[in-house]
Design a binder for this molecule. Structure first.
Ligand code: SME
Length: 150
């Protein structure tokens, strides 16, 4: 189990000198590999003018949801409310875009650069109730750190 307080790996990854998407992919790989209840980890990039999210780097099964209008699904809800969304059981959601029947819970973290919404970090889990306040704090910290890439 990863120590949520240890973000040395993140600092190292951010300073690797790779292009933005290479760094984002490394972060996805790290999170999915190190944290057992993270089964799909990806970034969506925001286009506020078109009000759409586009799938960016991700690690996990391919998804058909490569373009998500603001307002649609959990990702679209986070884009509209500009707040972290945690769904403990996706079966309870009427506004949900299913990637796989295996997914049972989800967390979406908005990323802001200079106060502007630029991206989201989206994580799916194959178990219900996977995401606690500890996950939220950890992932919001990652969201604040990756803002420098935008
Ligand atoms: N479930 C998301 C769609 C994206 S996938 O999880 C990768 C949603 O409802 O917005």
């Amino acid at each position: 189990m990863t120590n949520f307080n240890d973000t040395k790996w993140l600092v190292k990854t951010l300073r690797s000198g790779k292009p933005r998407d290479g760094i984002l992919l490394k972060i996805c790989q790290y999170l999915k590999t190190k944290i057992a209840h993270y089964d799909w980890v990806g970034f969506y990039i925001a286009d506020p003018e078109k009000q759409v999210l586009t799938l960016g780097p991700y690690y996990g099964a391919p998804t058909e949801h490569v373009r998500i209008p603001f307002g649609q699904g959990i990702c679209g809800r986070a884009a509209e409310t500009l707040e972290t969304v945690i769904v403990h059981d996706v079966a309870d959601e009427s506004n949900y875009l299913a990637c796989s029947l295996d997914v049972k819970s989800e967390i979406v973290i908005p990323v802001f650069k200079d106060g502007q919404f630029v991206a989201e970090l989206d994580i799916d889990s194959h178990q219900n109730n996977s995401f606690s306040n500890q996950d939220r704090c950890f992932l919001e910290k990652i969201g604040r750190e990756v803002a420098v890439l935008f």
